[in-house]
Design a protein around this ligand. Structure first.
Ligand code: CA
Length: 232
């Protein structure tokens, strides 16, 4: 059964989400504060399929929950709930490793659509009759589009949806420079001129998986002032 954790301190909202997600056939747990969320997400119980995370929480903030979750090596898809029109929160959430965001107040149908999207994107997200691209080799690693995995000499890495999106955008334009703005728009749905280091921090993380010596990259190259270029 698909398991979803809702981290939200507003009781009526948490209850409403649980009720509606359960009606969709999901198994739902709720947690109402940041510290308990950190414990749940960095401890043993990692058999979750999706986390819906409010940013404003008692105890540590949602940002901190996210940061510690990712630092512990847990890459469960995370949908953050941000204040309306707060681009700064949205960008910071993505920088800390959120997979998607939704501004409060939101319509329930919208939340369900995002949740289904994130659950589906754990697998190939092409339209029904389109086969996933064949796996591609990047250096000593192999990227599997159909299961969001990067097979490296040190083991299999489960990619988040945005990590996969970034690699896919670069693989499709192999050898060409792809600008930071274009990547922000295509992979994160942000305006090309958004001030953020999110692309750069993702590249740093992907280099740790892909490069023999991440400080001297041979596959994920920075092109100063322009963007990034992938060489297989
Ligand atoms: Ca809250």
């Amino acid at each position: 059964m698909t398991r979803i954790l809702v981290v939200e301190d507003e009781e009526h909202l948490a209850d409403g989400l649980r009720f509606n997600l359960e009606a969709e056939g999901f198994d739902v747990d709720t947690i109402a504060d940041g510290d308990a969320a950190v414990e749940a997400l960095t401890g043993g119980g990692r058999d979750l399929d999706l986390v819906i995370l409010d940013l404003m929480l008692p105890g540590v903030s949602g940002f901190e929950v996210l940061r510690r979750t990712r630092a512990s090596g847990n890459y469960v898809p995370v949908l953050i709930l941000t204040a309306k029109d707060d681009t700064e929160d949205r960008v910071r959430g993505l920088e800390e490793g959120a997979d998607d965001y939704l501004a409060k107040p939101f319509r329930l149908e919208e939340l369900l659509a995002r949740a289904r999207g994130l659950l589906r994107r754990r697998r190939w997200d092409g339209v029904a009759d389109e086969a996933p691209p064949e796996p591609v080799a990047i250096g000593a690693s192999t990227l599997h589009f159909d299961r969001f995995e990067l097979e490296t000499p040190d083991g299999v890495v489960n990619l988040t949806t945005r990590e996969m999106g970034l690699l896919r955008a670069l693989v499709e334009r192999e050898g060409e420079v792809v600008s930071r703005g274009e990547l922000l728009e295509r992979v994160w749905g942000l305006r090309p001129d958004t001030r953020t280091r999110v692309v750069d921090s993702f590249v740093v993380r992907l280099r740790r998986y892909l490069e023999t010596d991440p400080s001297r990259p041979r596959h994920l190259l920075s092109v100063r002032g322009h963007g990034y270029r992938l060489l297989r």
